[in-house]
Unconditional design. Structure first.
Ligand code: PLP
Length: 394
């Protein structure tokens, strides 16, 4: 059967593939510790589930909603964005989508012509580059350094700039590195983007999962000019343990948002009505579970980070947000005579039944991603097994 060229070129998500592999091994009865998932291990808080059940019973969610989301949910997004970012928004600057991933997808489809470039700092979240390519754009991948906490600088942006540069993509806190940009760093990039008239895509999906008493500054809060230049991507998946509900949103320039809504109207029609009702409760209801989940992640990070950092041949800085560790394991690979991180990850899974994600899908062939969205027991046991694997491979 003939397939389109774009499908032949498309890399499937390495994180979803790794998680599927773990599920399969577990189903076959293997004692696998999977640290591959990109989602909280908590279930959705009760108040949100109950709001969804009530919405179903009311019959109101039997029907299509507006393509860009229900007026109530958009209003809630406007309210929390005022609270968190200090921004005053109109409903035509907000679109609700089937997950933040689809917000990004429709955004690229809306802003890119063939050959238009998007600057993406490396390591990057696995879907960014592939989504740019699906829109016939060109991902311009810029390497960042562990010493600079894997953050891009204005000098690097300047070097990457061409007359086809359409946008830059920032994700703070970052998946996979867990690093956050300081306000000064964001301001420097924001002012540069305003001066060059480059759109800033600010993926803030992990902004409420920040640890060690820090907080993640928001690009769009820094000035009116920067806010006008920024599209915010956000959603309920990570903050409220709602990955399965598929509700994300984008905020920004009304013309871009209108374009995105047209794509939604011709593709998914609207995000699922019952999930929108649940997201409304998530945003406006009791927020105590957000804090509880954040504290649980922070405890795991503080327990597990020193143990991971002490593994032979592992190098990393302590993450400040999200729920991933992204060590450079070049030293550990060398100890075992490995020259390929994916082979190292596969051997670890085969010999010690610990599943990590290869850094290759994130553009980092010396790193692995390990999610600490798992029980403390599993995390502690994983460290024991990884250490044994490294020692046995020497
Ligand atoms: N952005 C980043 C950096 C992510 O890690 C994810 C999910 O893994 C998303 C966006 C998409 O989230 P969702 O589509 O579940 O809203």
């Amino acid at each position: 059967m003939k397939l389109a060229k774009r499908i032949k070129k498309l890399e499937p998500s390495v994180t979803l593939a790794a998680t599927a592999k773990v599920r399969k091994l577990k189903a076959e009865g293997h004692n696998v510790i999977g640290l591959t998932v990109g989602e909280p291990d908590f279930t959705t808080p009760d108040n949100i589930e109950e709001a969804a059940i009530e919405a179903i019973k009311s019959g109101k969610v039997s029907f299509y909603t507006a393509a860009g989301g229900t007026p109530e949910l958009k209003e809630a997004i406007i309210q929390v964005t005022k609270r968190d970012y200090g921004l005053d928004l109109e409903p035509n600057q907000v679109i609700v989508t089937s997950g933040a991933k689809f917000a990004l997808y429709t955004l690229f489809q809306t802003i890119l012509d063939p050959g238009d470039e998007v600057i993406i700092p490396v390591p990057y979240w696995v879907s960014y580059g592939e989504q740019v390519k699906l829109a016939e754009g060109v991902p311009v991948l810029v390497e960042t350094k562990l010493e600079n906490e894997y953050k891009i600088t204005v000098e690097q942006l300047e070097e990457a700039l061409t007359d086809r540069t359409q946008a830059i993509l920032l994700n703070s806190p970052s998946n996979p590195t867990g690093m956050i940009y300081t306000e000064d760093e964001l301001r420097a990039i924001g002012e540069w983007a305003v001066e060059k008239d480059i759109l800033i895509i600010s993926d803030d999906i992990y902004a409420r999962l920040v640890y060690n008493g820090k907080h993640a500054p928001y690009m769009a809060s820094l000035s009116d000019e920067i806010a006008k230049q920024t599209i915010i991507i956000n959603g309920v998946s990570k903050t409220f343990a709602m990955t399965g509900w598929r509700i994300g949103y984008a905020i920004g320039n009304a013309e871009i948002i209108k374009g995105m809504a047209s794509i939604v109207s011709q593709s998914t029609s609207n995000p699922t009505a019952v999930s929108q009702a649940a997201a409304l409760e998530a945003l406006l209801g009791d927020q105590s579970t957000v804090r509880e989940m954040r504290i649980a992640f922070e405890e795991r990070l503080n327990t597990i980070y020193p143990k991971i950092a002490a593994l032979p041949g592992f190098k990393l800085k302590k993450p400040q947000g999200a729920f991933y560790l992204f060590p450079n394991i070049k030293g550990a690979m060398e100890l075992g005579g490995y020259d390929n991180v994916t082979t190292w990850v596969n051997d670890l899974l085969e010999q010690e039944h610990v599943a990590l994600v290869t850094g290759e899908g994130f553009g980092a062939p010396e790193n692995v991603r390990m999610s600490y969205s798992s029980s403390m027991e599993d995390l502690e046991e994983a460290v024991v097994r990884i250490r044994r694997f490294i020692e046995n491979s020497q």
